[in-house]
Design a protein around this ligand. Structure first.
Ligand code: ATP
Length: 524
């Protein structure tokens, strides 16, 4: 608007000088100086606003995405390579930043500028305004048609990026295998091929964009010439003043450029559609389950009744009947592939039974809200994540806990000596997913975390596998002595000295389960 007013007054000052012999000239000079300063100020404000807008839009997009990733069903998240999410947050969001967030801002400015100058040019000549609009619309339609293939190319590049990021992170994860087996030539060759494919696609996009820009610039020059010729024609006929011709020549570009920009920006904005779709797809849960029940305390039993479960064609359980009571201690053993971890996954609600039921205190586990159920259970799995933070926060997982509770959980998990030897005790910062601590120490941290969580049910998946016999025996014993805690321990390590502390030893194999304690003589 300020720029528009400035241009109107430039027209006036020319007409004043040309037709009225300088009368009112000084007044116009003052107004023009003020408006020119105004343009400077508003442009500065606009740049700052644009910076804020881009920063906030980008942050919000990433934050919302990550929040929604954490709402995915655990099994569905595990089915994907996490590199897909990394690729979405980095590659796709960077493309969205320039092709959508930035483009949307520029497009809004372009339209604002278009309308302001349309009003101003309409004041000089309505016919010329229609001519400009007509010609630039034709130009816009032509350029949006020629830039259609760009949309497809952007979608294809996003898919390539995704596969590329997945591949690169997998190769880096396999670093040791690659080194130890001298596979780097093979890996480098594969990597080269994939990189080339990606670069080829970017090259195609650049090449195509150059053709489009050349086409747009060419047509724009032609249209511009036509407008100059027409306004000079009307000036000769006496319908437009000299100031009017200069205003049109100076500013028709400000109407055409937005339309031309719209022609450039629109395909960019539209090309973000497949990216948004791919983001949405990565966040989609295919199975939605309605959960209405809450559980504040585990009071009675978990009953698994005639449960069946398959991974696709692979049937793991058929008519599985099992019962766990509050405070009971259960050791789950069985052959590899027998379904022990699957049993824990069902209890953790990663998957749901296909037939039969799992009932907790009479309520279907399926309909208990995940957040409520996850407060009742504590997990110790083999893959343990250590946060880049103090040992204290790694133990409490950012929940309130007093020093006594931390100390006793740490002692039950066999961590006391480890903590004493740390330079700053509980305040020592563990870095890089616990790179500098051993597997056994990580395992004990996970156990202490589980004990501190004050959950009712402790699910252990090979939790003692990385500990030496004596440490495993002592920690297992301490855990089995906790009265109200229900323990379901899946383990290959069976410690004879602790067997008598279990209420049942359940063997899971094939499609069913059997109690080893009921078989006379097994424990003795
Ligand atoms: N995500 C999955 N998708 C498809 N099949 C799976 C999946 N996870 C496990 N299986 C299959 O289900 C069966 C049971 O696997 P599970 O991991 O529960 O056995 P397990 O008793 O814990 O074995 P292990 O002692 O070796 O850890 C196996 O045949 C396994 O191949």
């Amino acid at each position: 608007v300020v720029e528009g007013l400035l241009n109107l007054h430039i027209k006036d000052i020319i007409d004043v000088a040309f037709y009225r012999n300088g009368e009112g000239f000084m007044g116009e000079v003052v107004i023009i100086s003020l408006l020119a300063t105004g343009v400077l100020v508003t442009n500065t404000i606009l740049s700052v606003l644009k910076g804020f807008y881009r920063r906030d839009a980008n942050l919000r997009l990433k934050k919302d995405y990550l929040q929604r990733v954490f709402r995915k069903n655990i099994n569905e998240f595990n089915n994907e390579s996490s590199a897909r999410y990394v690729s979405n947050i980095t590659n796709d969001m960077n493309t969205i930043d320039t092709n959508f967030i930035d483009a949307l801002f520029e497009l809004s400015l372009a339209f604002a500028s278009f309308f302001v100058f349309a009003v101003i040019i309409a004041g000089v000549s309505g016919r010329i305004l229609f001519l400009i609009i007509g010609l630039t619309l034709v130009m816009g339609i032509l350029s949006s048609v020629v830039s259609k293939p760009l949309k497809k190319l952007f979608g294809e590049r996003s898919k390539l990026y995704e596969a590329y990021t997945t591949y690169t992170s997998e190769v880096l994860n396999a670093f040791r295998i690659v080194r130890a087996n001298n596979l780097y030539e093979k890996v480098t060759e594969d990597f080269g091929k994939r990189s080339r494919k990606l670069q080829e696609k970017s090259f195609q996009i650049d090449k195509y964009s150059t053709y489009i820009y050349a086409f747009q610039n060419g047509t724009m020059t032609l249209v511009f010439m036509g407008i100059i010729a027409t306004s000079v024609y009307y000036a000769i006929k006496g319908e437009i003043t000299l100031g009017g011709v200069i205003l049109i020549v100076n500013n028709s570009e400000r109407m055409m450029r937005p339309l031309q920009m719209a022609g450039e920006l629109y395909p960019k904005i539209i090309s973000s559609k497949p990216l948004f779709r791919s983001l949405e797809e990565s966040l989609k849960n295919t199975s939605e389950n309605i959960e209405t029940d809450e559980i504040d305390e585990f009071k009675g039993t978990i009953e698994i009744e005639k449960a069946s479960f398959s991974y696709g064609e692979n049937e793991v359980f058929m008519d599985l009947d099992l019962s766990f009571r509050k405070g009971g201690k259960y050791l789950v053993v069985g052959p590899s592939g027998g379904g022990k971890s699957t049993l824990l996954r069902l209890l953790r609600k990663y998957f749901y039974v296909d037939g039969g039921d799992i009932l907790v205190d009479g309520m279907k586990l399926k309909s208990i809200r995940k957040d409520s159920w996850f407060r009742r259970i504590a997990n110790v799995e083999q893959r343990i994540f250590i946060f880049d933070d103090s040992l204290r926060n790694n133990l409490t997982l950012y929940r309130e806990a007093d020093s006594d509770a931390i100390e006793s959980a740490a002692s039950a998990a066999g961590l006391t000596d480890f903590i004493v030897n740390l330079p700053e005790g509980l305040d020592t910062v563990l870095e890089d997913n616990g790179r500098n601590i051993s597997g056994g120490e990580k395992g004990r941290i996970a156990l202490a975390r589980a004990l501190l969580s004050k959950s009712d049910i402790l699910l252990l998946d090979e939790a003692f596998a990385s500990l030496d016999y004596n440490t495993a025996r002592d920690i297992e014993r301490t855990i089995l002595m906790i009265e109200d805690l229900t323990v379901i321990n899946v383990s290959h390590v069976v410690i004879d000295e602790n067997k008598s502390l279990y209420d049942d030893i359940i063997r899971i194999s094939g499609k069913g389960a059997s109690s080893l304690l009921e078989r006379a003589g097994v424990l003795q």
